[in-house]
Write a protein that binds this ligand. Structure first.
Ligand code: NDP
Length: 247
């Protein structure tokens, strides 16, 4: 990211951006931040009350009217994802940005003691549902003049670490999916694909992973938004196949 990058307050005006996991943590903050820079955001997560609270906060801050779609990414039929893409096309008519942020941690224990159900749930949500979202939404993204797809990685998705099990494996897969897609789209300047590793951030997931840690010792989601904005902003056109650290 260029040192002098300063997002213009209207940097994302006219863009429609879908954020998964928009009900809490980093996704909530990204959705608020995109709306504050002019984007129409589509909020996706399961918890309807929390989605409504983000929706209301965006409206109260004077952002463009968002859309909220309660959706469980753990569903495992492709039809559900195709229907989701149809709803977005019908209701919003376009998609310029896709932030794949939703994710789950799963159990923190040695691989050989990992429960099969937990392994399967984590890989399903963090890998398979990302694939299904990308597959169903790519046609809409391709219609946008300068689309940006951002996946969410982790430090343990670059170097494996004890007790991070399926979560770490799923984040390696995320980096791999980003690289494959970036390679497949490298001759088109109209779609870019990158990863962000948010780094230790004070959210429910971080607090669950490190219960003994002082929560305030990590930055808030609001404090790490620079790369999230940059990658949705046209300032990053031409940048693809990269894995960023938000911190
Ligand atoms: P949180 O646990 O705070 O939030 C996770 C979000 O994902 C929630 O909005 C939740 O919404 C949504 N979600 C979970 N399961 C589903 C589901 N089945 N269907 C739809 N949405 C779902 O996580 P963070 O904000 O901390 O993490 C965001 C991303 O950043 C994740 O990919 C995580 O792996 C990554 N990350 C986070 C780090 C950190 O320190 N916080 C460090 C490195 C990476 P709901 O419950 O309403 O469905």
């Amino acid at each position: 990211i260029p040192d002098n990058y300063q997002p213009d307050p209207t940097a994302l005006a006219g863009k429609t951006i879908l954020v998964t996991g928009a009900s809490d943590g980093i996704g909530r903050s990204a959705a608020m931040s995109y709306a504050a820079h002019g984007a129409t955001v589509v909020l996706l997560a399961r918890n309807v009350e929390k989605l409504e609270s983000v929706y209301d906060a965006i409206e109260a801050a004077g952002g463009p009217q968002p859309a909220a779609i309660p959706f469980d990414l753990a569903q495992d039929t492709e039809e559900a994802f195709i229907a989701l893409a149809d709803v977005i096309e019908e209701q919003l008519g376009r998609l310029d940005g896709l932030l794949l942020n939703a994710g789950i941690l799963g159990q923190r224990r040695p691989l050989e003691q990992s429960a099969w159900n937990d392994w399967r749930d984590v890989i399903h949500l963090n890998v398979h549902s990302q694939f299904l979202l990308i597959k169903s939404l790519m046609p809409l993204l391709r219609q946008a003049p300068r689309a940006s797809l951002v996946l969410t990685s982790s430090g343990v998705g670059r170097t494996g670490r004890a007790y991070w099990g399926a979560y770490a494996v799923s984040k390696f897969a995320t980096e791999g999916m980003m690289q494959v897609l970036a390679s497949e789209t490298e001759n088109t300047s109209d779609i870019r694909v990158n990863c962000i590793n948010p780094g230790a951030t004070n959210t429910a997931m971080r607090r669950a992973a490190y219960p003994a840690e002082e929560p305030d010792s990590n930055p808030s989601p609001e404090a790490i938004m620079r790369s999230y904005l940059y990658l949705m902003d046209d300032a990053s056109v031409g940048c693809s196949g990269c894995s960023f650290n938000a911190q």
